[in-house]
Each structure stands twice: as structure tokens, then as C-alpha cells.
Design a binder for this molecule. Structure first.
Ligand code: ADP
Length: 480
């Protein structure tokens, strides 16, 4: 089976969040099951220099009005992932991130940049843009790839079949109606039965409407997005499509996130011999300028600073952590106000509170390895990966009962196989209660150790998730 992944990021090439982890790991895991998977993504600045180009580029001509592009076949040097890169320097060769400029603002031509990605996806899928390889399944992710199924619908294609995954319903790719001619889409698609959303064009809705099957990244989130509370205005469409919507939990890349072989951390450790974790904790305290106290419960946060993630809630429990003899290290970036508050908290109590504003892959590993507990107080969370990494690294997750957090963390008071602390509502008072329970558990060494080991022994491998996706592809192909 051949599967084309259309995505705007893939670890280890380009990453802003969990989508990259999935788009990087799932094709490899499917490859181990015999699937021929390729990743179609933009050739962002410098990317062509970091991959191994495996053949001549193919000119695609004028893909969108006045937008010419090339397709470049490549392989990523370490993982052996097969890539097809959309090369269009005018749209992708620029500083900043995949979606934002250096000042944190959306690129004003994102509709065109990801319109191009979507269009090239459809060209590879059904128009033989890459003649030596035609997929059976097109698997597109999030709004950035939402137009691929819409373009395919115009071509009247039944094959390949289309699967669309929502990694986060909050980001929708909403643009004015006037962009339609610029991305070469006819006005007839601008309809409730199409990609129209409250008078605008929604790339996410395009993906949801025109794909044969929808998935999201946890069973609970699949239910939540069908409700008015969690549906971000799309609950009607999603509940209508409930028979074609499934939640499949993400996995953990066993090579990237394995404390026994992790090159980023101070000492290796595992469930069979967790002793190296103490050295990781001491090294993290040193690195972050915290007092080197082995007995202090050390909390961590690794997150984008956006409202979804409840960073404001994490800030509200800092004094509880410190008053209880604990410490906290926070890594992340995003909302400037939250960045300012986090910096301020660290400046006020440098022995107990440490912050790093920015994106740092190595430090994210050292926090997972060195902390005792990880705070994930999200208001909503499609799957969440950091709590999975935490459990693998013997770090007890403290999470809100929502989405994938609810599906992956078992509260210690609810089962003997408990793996973390779970609270129900995104309120400071509830997180304070959760932190107090965490500190109490930490001070009960046998129970703490059992909780750590329960988490470390879980199997969240991608192989399980890949088998579920493969079964799904088979069903969609069969139903076609
Ligand atoms: P989301 O995709 O909503 O950001 P996930 O928990 O699914 O949340 O995935 C977040 C991914 O991004 C994880 O791999 C996490 O380690 C990583 N990450 C988030 N913020 C940072 C940061 N500042 N530095 C390094 N890695 C980060």
C-alpha cells in the first residue's frame, strides 16, 4: 500500500508541535508494516541543504495563478523517511517559522503557501505529478493540508482515498472569500456544503468536508469535538460525520524518546534500573541555576504558551510548589504576556523557579528526564505528547481530565496501576489541590516509585498506532 502524507511539518526536519512528531514517526512505523509512505511538505528555508536529495527536481509549472513550483524527491539523512518537497522559494525561502514571521505574526500569504501545498498534494495524488509513484491513500493533516481533498474533489477522483487527521481543531486556516481565485478554487465550493465557514473560507473545514474518513488523535477528543463546547463551531459537521470519525491515540517515538539511549540527558536509565534519573535531576538543577536539592519535588512544564495549555494555571501554583519545598522549571514560548510572567517568576525566586523562553529540543528531553513531575493543565488537549514522554522518563504527569490526557493518564487514587495525578476543571484551586497531592505522593517513596514504574512500563509505541491506521486505510479502500 502506498500512502502520501501531506503535512506542514515533520520531525526532525521542521517542528513546532505534536503534528511534527506524528508526521515524522507514523510514516516510519507504517514502513515497518510494509507500507510505502512518502511525506509531502514545503521546502522551507535551508531544508534542501539538510536532506539528501535523491533525484532531479520536477518542474510543476504554474501550480496556482502566478505561482510556479518544483517537486524535489529527498530522504531525511537519519531516519530514511522518503520525502517529496514542494520547492517554491518565493513562498517558503524566508526567515522565521513555518507559519509565523520573526516577530510572531502569521505570514500574510499563508493562504497561498498552504494553498500551494494542498494543490501539489492533489497533483501527486491524481494527476501523476510524480509519475513513478501514485498513492492508494492520501493522508492529510490539519488546516495546512486541508485543501488537498478539496482540489481532489474537483478532479472527480475516487482514488486514492482520503483520510484527514485533526491534530488541533482550534487552528482552522480562515481567510476571506477573495482568496479563492488566488488559490485557483471555483466559487461553487463556497457553500455550507463545502469550505464556507461563517462567510469565510476555512481550510480546516475543507479537509473535514471533502475527505472520506476523519481521524483525530484520541478517542476522548473525537467525542469532545462533536459537542458545542469542544467543536469550535464545527461540531455539527463533525457529529454528522461521526460514523466516519475515529480517535487514534498517538504513539511515542521509541528511538527519540528513550531514557536508556537518549543522547541529550546526563545519565541513562530505564524501568529496570531507574537510578540514573537522580543524576539527570541534579544536572538539570545545575543547568537551570536551581538549588541542587535531591529531596525537592521538581516540577516541569514544556509547552507552547497559548491559552489552550493553561500556562496561566501553572503560574498560579508556583507559590504552592515553592511553599511545599518544591521547585519548577518552565520551557516554552508564545504569548508575550505569559513569557513576561514566567520570566518574572523565575527572577523573583531563582533558587526554586527557572525559566527558558524559547524552543529547545535538547532541554525538553533534559526536563523530562530530570523532573519528578510534569504539569499539563490544558484547557483542551487533542492528544498531548509531553505527558506520554514524561511517563516514559519516570516523570509523573499532573494533567487535566480532557482529550488525550484523560485517555492516557490514570489517577493514582482511581487504580492501583495509576500513572499520574488527574484533576477535572481548569481552575487554580483544582491545580493547587493536584500539586498538593503530587507532593504528598512524592513524600511517600514506595507509592511514588510504583507510580513512576507504572508509567515507564506502558507501551505507547507507534507500532500499535500504525496498525490502527493501517486497518483504517484498508477499511476506507474497501468501502470505496
Ligand atoms: P502541541 O502539539 O499542542 O504543541 P503536544 O504535547 O502534542 O502539544 O506536542 C508538543 C511537542 O512539542 C512535544 O514534542 C514537546 O516536547 C515539544 N515542545 C513544545 N514546546 C517546546 C519547547 N519550547 N522546546 C522544545 N520542545 C517543545
Amino acid at each position: 500500500m502506498r500512502v502520501l502524507f501531506v503535512t506542514s511539518e515533520a520531525h526532525p526536519l521542521v517542528k513546532t508541535g505534536g503534528l511534527a512528531d506524528v508526521a515524522g514517526a507514523l510514516p516510519l512505523a507504517l514502513g515497518r508494516l510494509g507500507v510505502d509512505a512518502r511525506i509531502l511538505m514545503p521546502a522551507y528555508a535551508g531544508l534542501l541543504d539538510r536532506v539528501e536529495v535523491t533525484g532531479p527536481a520536477r518542474n510543476l509549472g504554474e501550480v496556482l495563478p502566478n505561482v510556479r513550483a518544483q517537486l524535489v524527491p529527498a530522504r531525511d539523512p537519519d531516519g530514511g523517511r522518503q520525502l517529496l518537497l514542494v520547492n517554491c522559494p518565493a513562498l517558503f525561502e524566508r526567515p522565521g517559522g513555518p507559519y509565523l514571521d520573526e516577530h510572531g505574526h502569521d505570514w500574510p500569504d499563508n493562504f497561498l503557501r498552504f494553498g500551494l501545498l494542498g494543490r501539489v498534494g492533489a497533483m501527486v495524488a491524481v494527476q501523476g505529478a510524480w509519475p513513478e509513484w501514485a498513492p492508494d491513500v492520501v493522508h492529510a493533516s490539519d488546516w495546512q493540508a486541508g485543501l488537498t481533498p478539496a482540489y481532489m474533489s474537483l478532479l472527480g477522483a475516487r482514488r486514492p482515498v482520503t483520510v484527514f487527521t485533526v491534530h488541533n481543531l482550534h487552528y482552522q486556516g480562515i481567510f476571506g472569500r477573495e482568496i479563492l481565485p488566488m488559490v485557483g478554487l471555483p466559487d461553487v465550493l463556497f457553500s455550507i456544503e463545502g469550505l464556507e465557514f461563517y462567510g469565510h473560507v476555512s481550510y480546516l473545514k475543507a479537509g473535514l468536508y471533502y475527505s472520506q474518513f476523519l481521524t483525530t488523535v484520541s478517542p476522548t477528543y473525537a467525542r469532545e469535538i462533536q459537542t458545542q463546547m469542544g467543536g469550535e463551531g464545527l461540531h455539527g459537521l463533525l457529529s454528522n460525520r461521526a460514523a466516519h470519525l475515529q480517535g487514534i491515540l498517538n504513539g511515542v517515538d521509541q528511538d527519540d524518546w528513550n531514557p536508556a539511549i537518549d543522547p541529550h540527558i546526563a545519565a541513562p536509565f530505564s524501568a529496570d534500573d531507574p537510578s540514573g534519573k537522580a543524576a539527570c535531576k541534579a544536572a538539570l538543577q545545575r543547568e537551570m541555576g536551581l538549588a541542587e536539592r535531591p529531596d525537592a519535588p521538581l516540577f516541569g512544564v514544556v509547552s507552547r504558551f497559548v491559552e489552550q495549555k493553561g500556562i496561566d494555571l501553572a503560574l498560579s501554583v508556583i507559590s504552592t510548589i515553592v511553599d511545599n519545598g518544591g521547585q519548577i522549571v518552565i520551557l516554552g514560548s508564545g504569548d508575550p504576556g505569559l513569557e513576561w510572567h514566567v520570566r518574572g517568576a523565575a527572577g523573583a525566586m531563582p533558587d526554586a523557579v527557572a525559566a527558558r523562553i524559547g524552543y529547545d529540543e535538547g532541554l525538553s528531553h533534559r526536563i523530562q528526564a530530570g523532573c519528578d513531575a510534569l504539569l499539563v493543565p490544558s484547557r483542551f488537549e487533542p492528544c498531548g505528547l509531553t505527558q506520554l514522554y514524561a511517563m516514559r522518563y519516570g516523570t509523573v504527569p499532573v494533567v487535566r481530565r480532557t482529550g488525550g490526557l484523560a485517555d492516557t493518564v490514570i489517577d493514582v487514587d482511581e487504580a492501583s496501576a495509576g500513572t499520574g495525578i488527574v484533576f477535572d476543571h481548569p481552575l487554580p484551586s483544582e491545580l493547587i489541590g493536584a500539586v498538593r497531592r503530587t507532593v504528598d505522593l512524592y513524600r511517600t517513596p514506595d507509592a511514588w516509585r510504583a507510580t513512576m514504574l507504572n508509567g515507564m512500563r506502558l507501551d505507547h509505541s507507534w507500532d500499535r498506532a500504525a496498525r490502527e491506521y493501517l486497518g483504517l486505510y484498508g477499511e476506507v479502500l474497501h468501502a470505496d
